[in-house]
Design a protein around this ligand. Structure first.
Ligand SMILES: NC(=O)c1ccc[n+]([C@@H]2O[C@H](COP(=O)([O-])OP(=O)(O)OC[C@H]3O[C@@H](n4cnc5c(N)ncnc54)[C@H](O)[C@@H]3O)[C@@H](O)[C@H]2O)c1
Length: 244
């Protein structure tokens, strides 16, 4: 399947986990990738795994507007934007520090907004697609993630605004809402002390199995492709039935 042959696809957070798997999936489907991450060493590793030698890698902090603006100034074609970059930390909600709240909102929500906003002129030209990685936390399932859940709820909400506002011009904007995916973000999470462990049951898939980031990459590839032409403005749960 080569759904992205000659298509330019930008993936943020491509240095790890879901972003890396998505880049590899898009590469296997023929995309010319632009991969972005703040972590240079890991980004270079992902780049070295790509078969398409036209693909490029760029170290970029998606939450720094001046850098995002400068990056898009030099770009003249884009068919799909995949916003995967994100950060997470766990705190009891009454103990969240304002610096942590702002950092999580800045990267996850505002960073995703910056990327969408500057990519829009190119995506309207190509009648392309945006896939934003939200979370089951946006839809309501997680304790100890006040800032993260708020940021993901924001992503899901503003993605629908984009879908409605630009849908008539041929743009599709959808969210994937994963849960229980094995990546560096979810392995050995730093939980607050003295948590009520009964709440842990609320973040388990129906079959209790955590899955590989490849399961999210395949969903992202579907939503970014022509196969999903009639899907616009949804939150697609890929959560093992967690919220069923
Ligand atoms: N793993 C899960 O179970 C799960 C569940 C729901 C949602 N998600 C979401 O999926 C996305 C990817 O998560 P993951 O599990 O692969 O995590 P990860 O930590 O493995 O990867 C996140 C990547 O984003 C990059 N990044 C962080 N801040 C950045 C910034 N300011 N600019 C550019 N890049 C930045 C990191 O360097 C890292 O490479 C995140 O948005 C996360 O919230 C993950």
């Amino acid at each position: 399947m080569k759904r992205f042959k000659d298509k330019v696809v930008l993936v943020t957070g491509a240095g790890s986990g879901i972003g890396r798997s998505t880049a590899l999936r898009m590469d296997s489907e023929g995309a010319i990738l632009i991969i972005i991450d703040i972590n240079e060493d890991e980004l270079i590793k992902t780049k070295s795994m790509l078969k398409n030698k036209e693909s490029t890698a760029k170290v970029l902090d998606i939450s720094t507007i001046a850098d995002v603006k400068k990056f898009f100034k030099d770009l003249n074609k884009l068919d799909a934007l995949i916003n995967v970059a994100g950060i997470l930390r766990f705190d009891n909600s009454h103990e969240v520090q304002i610096d942590d709240w702002e950092k999580i909102l800045n990267v996850n929500l505002t960073g995703t907004f910056f990327m969408c906003s500057y990519a829009l002129p190119l995506l309207l030209k190509s009648k392309g697609a945006i896939v934003n990685v939200s979370s089951s936390a946006a839809l309501g399932s997680h304790a100890w993630t006040a800032a993260y859940s708020a940021s993901k709820g924001g992503i899901s909400a503003f993605s629908k605004t984009l879908a409605v506002e630009y849908g008539m011009e041929g743009l599709n904007v959808n969210c994937v809402c994963p849960a229980s995916i094995e990546t560096p973000m979810s392995t050995n999470p730093n939980m607050p002390k003295d948590i009520d462990t009964r709440l842990l049951k609320k973040i388990m898939p129906i079959d209790g199995v955590n899955r590989s980031p490849d399961e999210i990459a395949s969903t992202i590839a579907f939503l970014a492709s022509e196969d999903a032409i009639h899907i616009n403005g949804i939150d697609l749960r890929v959560d093992g039935g967690l919220l069923t």
